[in-house]
Design a protein around this ligand. Structure first.
Ligand SMILES: [Zn+2]
Length: 814
């Protein structure tokens, strides 16, 4: 699963993150329950009630006892009516006694079964996902989007989302990752719709009542949480990889961009197949983008679901930045679907690998700088949550599976695998992964299986590594200082580990630069305080500790700005340059620091150019003057839209009318982000002109440009601009509403018009009510409070009343 993320790199408002991180509860805590029966095959025949959001299901589930004799079967089945349970023997059905408590279906089998005996239980059920009590919106398992077609501009769709334990919301099953079964899913749907599920489309049958029954067969075993269905008006773009179908399903509106959105898939399938030495293991791959998805994306076997960010136009795609979301999900088809984590505490075997898949894809496709930038930003993500430093990667101490979806399982885990790759070397590492995948194919694994495979491939013991990084928590917090001893021609490097908890044993590369050349030393840290004694012909220009920039750590590096500058100009990696740039950013008056920043404005990698430009933003007037010609040149030559926008934003602060042509040119860009920056530039010089330009952009805007227009109009909050603000906000997607929320509420606070104010209050109330269950209410209530205060001052009694009614309504909502 991919946590909520956007193609455009933007910060996401808090409450959307909450929906992802708090998702999905389960009864599992502490000890993992025993396996009594195993599923062999699941055959489903379902139809849908669009009026009531019901699934009418018939299931034939074939099982066998795991090891011991048994006369009973317990299935997970959440929020259903169980209409009939029977033993199916050929054409014969024998009714079975059962009990059901809305979570577990307990069936008394007709006799005792042995492990060598398969048996098939027939269940007639009605799933009522919307009526499940005490279950959060994002745990329903199956979702009906605009089922009655009442919402304008929103497609009617049905789709499922099973991880971690929500598939049992749409069919009775043993909802745990260490069950693996084949499946046959028949969906009867209105004939105008297309369907998608796991495996191959085995048959399509037209019925007399303008419905059609599609049957999908999955002939290889996979876990129930990876089962999926989707129904709707999707256009299919047919691509292929080595003769296998690769299909992209999109809403007709976005279908023309299918190749741009998902077109990397075959190349990534080839790259991963070759890298792992295991060909893509399934019959097909389908990528489907659905509306109102509850997560970022989900790697259902052969049928991956993607959320709203994958419904994008060419212009929105122009703002994308080194993305690997498709590849994250695709890597799961090996790590997660083919070999599955045995239980949620071992989720690393799915998610750390998917995260690692992003890294190697970026490295392959866009180069090492892009991969390293991604590694660094993920590391900051892991470090950003203080709770992460006490969580081991394999974590049995969780209350519910949702607790595992965090920055340790994803970002830290992906970087741990990258350290392993560095330590073992590509050959041994991938040989080990090949062994892991082939040994555990169609089965489950724990971290230990990974260790054994890597040990066998490399011949190296890895207990120390796994104990430290998989079963232990935290990371080194280093202090690094230096001293040159002229008499012995020795550079002393003092490295102290300052973290609480374990002291890490770490292999490190240290490069010593002297007389124009670098000599590499391979060392091990292992004590709380280590002293390296490195011989050198003359005093080094630079000692580069962790020269591969591979270690997961925080560090204070006591290098001079002169040494950092040397690092920027001589050390090869993105992080070498980033560290130097960050050191330079601490003293913008220093001439050496300025030299580094000016060079970095023309760095070969756009991400570093952008960071360098950002530093100029906060500098004093003198350095600003020095930097201006370099910035103007970059504003014209820059090809990366994110970086270009940043340059324009910084130039805007110069309020220099001579730059107006640059800003007007930006308004013609295909990138919304660049257009927004151009608009800001004009606004700094002539706000009236900027507002006039904004009026022309009302018809076609997105992302930052929409936000920019909201900011511009919000400066005066005039009634003439209200119709646009209101329509654009209420007609936007959920993500757009989140991005625009602040600015929209700000406009409502400011505008001195009772009717507009009340319309605004109404729009905010609707969000507060609809998204209360995912944490929206406090934000909306805070805004309403501010609006109430403002309206009092404006003597707008009707709006004050509207605010108190709205507050009540949100408080009363479920
Ligand atoms: Zn994932």
């Amino acid at each position: 699963m991919k946590k909520y993320f956007l193609i455009m790199k933007r910060n996401i408002a808090l409450f959307v993150l909450l929906t992802t991180f708090s998702q999905m509860v389960s009864a599992q805590s502490g000890r993992i329950p025993d396996k009594i029966n195993d599923i062999v095959h699941t055959r489903l025949a379902v139809s849908f009630d669009y009026q009531r959001c019901y699934v009418y299901g018939k299931e034939w589930i074939t099982l066998k006892p795991h090891n011991y004799l048994t006369d009973s079967l317990t299935l997970d089945a959440k929020g259903m009516d169980i209409n009939e349970v029977a033993m199916q023997n050929g054409n014969q059905k024998t009714s079975l006694k059962f009990s059901y408590d809305s979570l577990k279906l307990r069936v008394h089998l007709n006799r005792t079964y042995k492990t060598t005996e398969n048996y098939t239980v027939f269940i007639n059920y009605t799933a009522k996902p919307k009526q499940r009590k005490g279950i959060k919106k994002n745990e329903r398992g199956i979702y009906f989007i605009n089922p009655q077609g009442k919402e304008k501009d929103k497609p009617t769709q049905i789709w499922t989302e099973g991880e971690p334990e929500s598939s049992s919301g749409w069919f009775p099953t043993i909802d745990r990752p260490d069950e693996k079964a084949t499946s046959e899913i028949s969906m009867t749907v209105p004939a105008k719709y297309v369907t998608l599920s796991n495996g191959r489309l085995a048959s399509q049958k037209n019925n007399h009542d303008r419905t059609r029954t599609d049957t999908w067969k999955m002939d290889q075993p996979n876990a129930p949480y990876l089962f999926m269905m989707a129904v709707g008006n999707f256009r299919i773009y047919h691509d292929h990889w080595r003769g296998k179908p690769v299909d992209y399903y999109l809403d007709p509106k976005y279908a023309p961009y299918a190749k741009q959105i998902f077109g990397e898939t075959p190349e990534a399938m080839e790259f991963f197949s070759k890298t792992l030495g295991v060909d893509f293991p399934w019959n097909k791959e389908a990528q489907i983008a659905v509306s109102d998805y509850v997560s970022g994306a989900m790697e259902n076997t052969t049928a991956t679901v993607f959320g709203n960010p994958y419904q994008a136009s060419i212009r929105e795609l122009a703002d994308s930045y080194f993305s690997a979301g498709v590849e994250h999900e695709l890597f799961h088809q090996w790590f997660g679907d083919y070999v599955t984590a045995k239980n949620w505490p071992n989720l690393s075997l799915n998610e750390s690998f998917a995260d690692f898949g992003e890294i190697i894809w970026l490295e392959h496709k866009y180069g090492k700088d892009a991969a390293d930038e991604h590694i660094e930003s993920g590391l900051q993500g892991y470090l950003g949550d203080k709770n992460n430093s006490t969580r081991p990667l394999v974590n049995y101490n969780i209350k519910e599976p949702a607790d595992m979806f965090n920055g340790v399982t994803y970002q830290k885990g992906g970087r741990i695998l990258n350290m392993l790759r560095n330590y073992l070397g590509n050959d041994a590492f991938y040989k080990g992964l090949h062994l892991y995948l082939t040994t555990n194919a169609f089965k489950n694994a724990e971290a230990t299986q990974l260790r054994l495979a890597l040990e066998q491939a490399s011949g190296r013991d890895l207990n120390w590594f796994f104990n430290q990084w998989y079963f232990g928590a935290g990371h080194p917090v280093l202090n690094i200082s230096y001293k040159w001893e002229e008499t012995t021609k020795t550079e002393l490097v003092y490295i102290e580990q300052k973290q609480q908890g374990q002291t890490f044993k770490v292999p490190l590369a240290v490069d010593v630069y002297s007389s124009g050349k670098a000599i590499r030393h391979k060392i091990w840290l292992g004590a709380q305080r280590d002293t390296l004694r490195l011989k050198s012909e003359s005093e080094p220009d630079l000692v580069n500790v962790d020269a591969d920039k591979i270690l997961i750590c925080q560090k204070t590096d006591e290098k001079s700005i002169k040494e950092f500058a040397y690092q920027y100009f001589h050390a090869p990696l993105y992080l070498d340059r980033l560290e130097a740039l960050e050191a330079a950013g601490k003293d913008l008056k220093d001439s050496i620091a300025q030299k580094v920043i000016l060079a970095a404005i023309n760095d070969k990698f756009p991400g570093l150019r952008k960071k360098a430009v950002t530093l100029v933003r906060s500098s004093d007037s003198l350095f600003k003057i020095i930097a201006e010609p370099t910035l103007i040149a970059l504003a014209q030559s820059e090809t990366n839209n994110q970086t270009k926008a940043e340059v324009l934003h910084v130039l805007a602060r110069y309020k220099d009318a001579r730059n107006l042509p640059v800003f007007y040119t930006a308004l013609k860009s295909e990138s919304y982000t660049v257009q927004a920056a151009g608009l800001f530039g004009i606004n700094e010089i002539d706000p009236e002109k900027a507002v006039r330009e904004a009026h022309h952009l009302e018809q076609d805007n997105h992302g930052e440009l929409t936000e920019g227009i909201f900011v511009l109009y919000g400066q005066k909050a005039e009634l003439v601009d209200w119709p646009y603000i209101h329509k654009r906000f209420t007609g936007g997607t959920l993500q757009e509403k989140i991005h625009l929320l602040n600015k929209f509420a700000g406009f409502v606070i400011k505008i001195n018009d009772s009717r507009a104010s009340q319309e605004g209050i109404q729009a905010l109330t609707a969000i507060g009510v609809e998204y209360k269950s995912v944490g929206a209410a406090p934000y909306i209530l805070k805004f309403l409070d501010q609006i109430g205060e403002a309206k009092k001052k404006q003597n707008d009694i009707a709006s004050v009343k509207a605010v108190s009614e709205a507050t009540q309504k949100i408080n009363d909502a479920k």
